[in-house]
Design a protein around this ligand. Structure first.
Ligand code: ADP
Ligand code: 5GP
Length: 187
């Protein structure tokens, strides 16, 4: 029986492999469920409202904040990102663990609010290679450049996390994450 008060937080710089690792984890661990967060940024091609994010206007986001419906939020690249309380509670109600793929500020806010669980930071095996890959991405727009600039800032704060997993070999990283969940989350 799950202990429905623990969250699984996964952070790491853009391009490090968070989405890939989380998608695999969600497939293999039915007790973990993706928590849909909200953002004011526009959907990218292929993204669906209510699945990838709740895509909302700044007005709606501010309204949710005022009503205390957002448990943590951050402002990145001129847009708001935040976790609706409802999204987390729905998953707890199913006896499962919410997986939150949020940034370092969001993780800090959750910790300060007393949320317990497992906080994992995904590390690149090679920082320079990550930056070069980000620069080469076809979407190397101003948007991607801002993400690139944030890599060092995020990496500096990796020490705030309980666990750091290096995503070199995908299967190895996944195994390590599963081991952490088995010993620290599912207990
Ligand atoms: P993030 O969500 O952190 O921005 P993604 O999961 O989108 O990162 O991964 C960025 C790219 O890196 C994707 O093309 C993905 O297939 C690739 N990738 C992820 N993990 C690995 C790995 N261990 N080895 C090689 N490529 C990887
Ligand atoms: P992207 O725009 O690439 O989808 O996400 C940019 C960053 O916002 C990522 O680091 C992602 O983890 C983070 N993020 C997404 N949703 C939330 C959220 O609800 N709260 C916080 N604090 N960060 C989020």
């Amino acid at each position: 029986m799950a202990n429905p008060d623990k969250v699984l937080v996964v952070s790491g710089p853009s391009g490090v492999g968070k989405t890939t690792l989380c998608d695999r984890l969600l497939k293999d661990e039915p007790r973990v469920k993706a928590c849909v967060t909200a953002t004011t940024r526009a959907p990218r091609p292929g993204e669906t409202d209510g699945k990838d994010y709740y895509f909302v206007s700044k007005e709606t986001f501010k309204n949710w904040l005022e009503k205390d419906e957002i448990i943590e939020h951050t402002e990145l690249y001129g847009e708001f990102y935040g976790t609706p309380k409802k999204s987390v509670d729905e998953i707890f109600a199913q006896g499962c663990y919410p997986l939150l793929r949020i940034d370092v500020d969001g993780a800090e806010n959750l910790r300060n609010k007393g949320y317990k669980g497992v906080f994992i930071f995904i590390m690149p095996p090679n920082v320079q290679a990550l930056k070069e890959r980000l620069m080469k991405r076809k979407t190397a727009t101003g948007d991607m450049k801002k993400r690139l600039a944030r890599v060092d800032e995020e990496l500096k704060r990796s020490s705030e996390y309980d666990f750091r997993v290096v995503n070199d070999d995908l299967e190895k990283a996944l195994k390590e994450m599963k081991g952490i969940l088995a010993s620290k989350l599912f207990k």
